[in-house]
Write a protein that binds this ligand. Structure first.
Ligand code: SAH
Ligand code: CA
Length: 211
């Protein structure tokens, strides 16, 4: 991932955000030393933003599509009340085994349930209303995840989508995933079910609120 935001500025912003508990630092360290695409991890600034958004939305039931080694899940779960639940979806048993170890260490990790398998099928089986959703899995699946999850969101609930600026490639799409993101962004921008803003945080995030 080519950084859109200057690295030094990103570090400055992180250093002036909420201080992290040590479990995040250890998870980041293990992810960067043992996984092949560690920069998929949302990191400090976006992670603290996710936690704040969950708190501001007063969310109790949350969904994450694309969990990897569990960093963003830990942030979302930290923002939930003690009786809140985060349903996580990922198909990678190796990355999510790392996630489970760190969730077990954090006092708020017991709010997280992992559903291992193809999220395209699994998200359709979520029952009842949800208050918060974070989409960060396969880019060609974004549109499906969005349509299903916006439908399940309660009015006033939030949906957050990661990598919507895709290292800037949305301006000159070439590869299949570039085109998938561009098509998704157009679809979401026209979706009247939600009110939204696209921000240049990290690799671009879309934040939308169900009407
Ligand atoms: N949010 C994570 C990063 C997610 S990376 C963090 O902050 O660390 C994207 C993840 O999506 C990968 O772990 C990959 O296994 C998962 N993924 C991709 N396609 C998927 C699919 N069809 N179903 C479930 N998970 C999928
Ligand atoms: Ca991402």
């Amino acid at each position: 991932m080519k950084a859109i935001v200057d690295e030094e500025i990103e570090g400055y912003a992180a250093d002036h955000s909420e201080v992290l508990s040590s479990v995040y630092w250890r998870l980041q360290e293990e992810t960067f030393t043992s996984m092949s695409s560690p920069s998929m991890q949302v990191g400090r600034v976006e992670g603290r933003l996710l936690k704040l958004l969950v708190q501001i939305a007063g969310a109790k039931r949350a969904v994450e599509v694309g969990t990897f080694t569990g960093y963003s899940a830990l942030c979302i779960a930290e923002g939930l009340p003690a009786d809140g639940t985060l349903m996580c979806f990922d198909k990678d048993p190796v990355a999510t085994a790392v996630a489970r170890r760190y969730w077990a260490e954090a006092p708020w990790g017991n709010k997280i349930e992992l559903h291992l398998g193809d999220a395209r099928a699994l998200v359709q089986q979520i029952e009842g209303r949800i208050d918060f959703a974070f989409i960060d899995a396969d880019k060609s699946g974004y549109r499906l995840y969005w349509d299903v999850l916006v439908d399940k969101l309660r009015p006033g609930g939030l949906i957050v989508v990661d990598n919507v600026l895709w290292s800037g490639r949305v301006l000159a799409p070439e590869q299949e995933d570039d085109h998938a993101i561009v098509a998704f962004n157009r679809h979401a921008a026209a979706d009247r079910r939600v009110e939204k803003v696209m921000l240049t945080v990290r690799d671009g995030i879309l934040i939308a609120r169900k009407r």
